[in-house]
Design a protein around this ligand. Structure first.
Ligand code: IPM
Ligand code: MG
Length: 361
């Protein structure tokens, strides 16, 4: 029996539609090769949804996501929406999607691609062999904590957010981190600010407790977030799995992404307790190059691969997409963000064609 999967596609804003177009072509090609079928449901999200419906995450989009086997998102956001009230901005739609699908675990793998070592701003001897995974808590912490807001007081305006975690929220994300460490290099580094923040002390206490009770075989360490930021550029090879909360994970995952040379190379997965996962590149909507056929579609294609492997259990098809990316890079094709001496500059569409051709070997 041929299996079939329902995928919600959220192309979003900026370069989103261009890179999604490339990913879709490649998904169709690998599905045909491996004998499964993919049914796409394209839904508006982010600025595109604001233009069409007035809100960044229409209820119909959330329902379509819930009804699918996996959700593939390109990118959202554009400066033109930055003056809207917070709840109506594209970014709020993304937080609504994460919250609405219960996607508490965000996995951001950072692996150095040998052909791109020279594209990094860091020296070869620092980054060669880096292979780490950031596990970021995604539906709690200061992004979702209450009270929050902005008030007029007798002394002027005050604005505030709340960084809060419960023991159960910490335990479930730490479990994801420990399980991944077991499947990978056996090492977990938990990042917090326990020297200053109460919420971080609870984080550290729970991680240690879980380690002692269930994961004594995993090598556990702790770093304060400022030190972790420094260690990531000083000696990134020391890390296997980095476990952290929502805000610290946002910052450290951008930093870790740059180790690989371009944020345009990195995929991510957001997973909950069952239900569809959300797969998206780490990079944003790059409004400055939108519509100019300059975007790098590789993180999008690698996100599609992550969707195939993690979300749909189509490992062989995922491996084909990853191999195509490696081949095209080895052949010297580069989008502008990765361009280097002796390489061939291509646009987004041409990169898509090279990737399709590389599927054949
Ligand atoms: C990310 C992004 C988002 C975040 C924004 C767009 C809301 O930076 O996925 O890392 O802060 O989580
Ligand atoms: Mg971010």
């Amino acid at each position: 029996m041929t299996s079939s999967h329902r995928i919600t596609l959220l192309a979003g804003d900026g370069i989103g539609p261009e890179i999604m177009g490339v990913a879709r072509q490649l998904l169709d090609a690998v599905a045909a090769r491996h004998g499964f079928s993919l049914h796409y449901d394209e839904q508006p999200m982010g600025g595109a949804a604001i233009d069409a419906t007035g809100v960044p995450l229409p209820e119909s989009t959330l329902q379509a996501c819930r009804a699918s086997d996996a959700v593939l998102l390109a990118a959202i956001g554009s400066p033109q929406y930055d003056t809207l009230p917070r709840e109506q901005r594209p970014e709020s739609g993304l937080l609504g999607l994460r919250g609405g699908l219960g996607l508490f675990a965000n996995l951001r793998p950072v692996k150095i691609i040998p052909a791109l070592i020279e594209a990094s701003t860091l020296r070869r001897e620092v980054i060669e062999g880096v292979d780490l995974m950031v596990v970021r808590e995604l539906t709690g912490g200061i992004y979702f904590g209450t009270p929050k807001g902005r008030v007029e007081t007798a002394d002027g305006v005050r604005a505030f957010n709340t960084m809060a975690y419960s023991d159960t929220e910490i335990d479930r994300i730490a479990t994801v981190g420990f399980d991944l460490a077991r499947q990978r290099g056996g090492r977990l580094c938990s990042v917090d600010k326990a020297n200053v923040l109460d919420v971080s002390q609870l984080w550290r206490d729970r991680v240690e407790r879980l380690h002692a009770s269930s994961y004594p075989d995993v090598e556990l360490s702790h770093l304060y977030v400022d030190n972790a930021a420094m260690q990531l550029v000083r000696d990134p090879r020391q890390f296997d799995v980095l476990l952290t909360g929502n805000l610290f994970g946002d910052i450290l995952s951008d930093e870790a992404a740059m180790l690989s040379g371009s944020i345009g190379m990195l995929p991510s997965a957001s997973l909950g307790a069952g239900g569809p996962g959300l797969f998206e590149p780490i990079h944003g909507s790059a409004p400055d190059i939108a519509g100019q056929d300059k975007a790098n579609p590789m993180a999008m294609v690698l996100s599609a691969a992550m969707m195939l492997r993690v979300g749909l259990k189509q490992d062989a098809a995922a491996a084909d997409l990853e191999a195509a990316v490696d081949r095209v890079l080895a052949r010297g094709f580069r989008t502008g963000d990765l361009m280097g001496p002796g390489c061939t500059l291509v646009g987004c569409r041409a990169m898509g064609e090279q990737l399709l051709a590389a599927l054949e070997g």
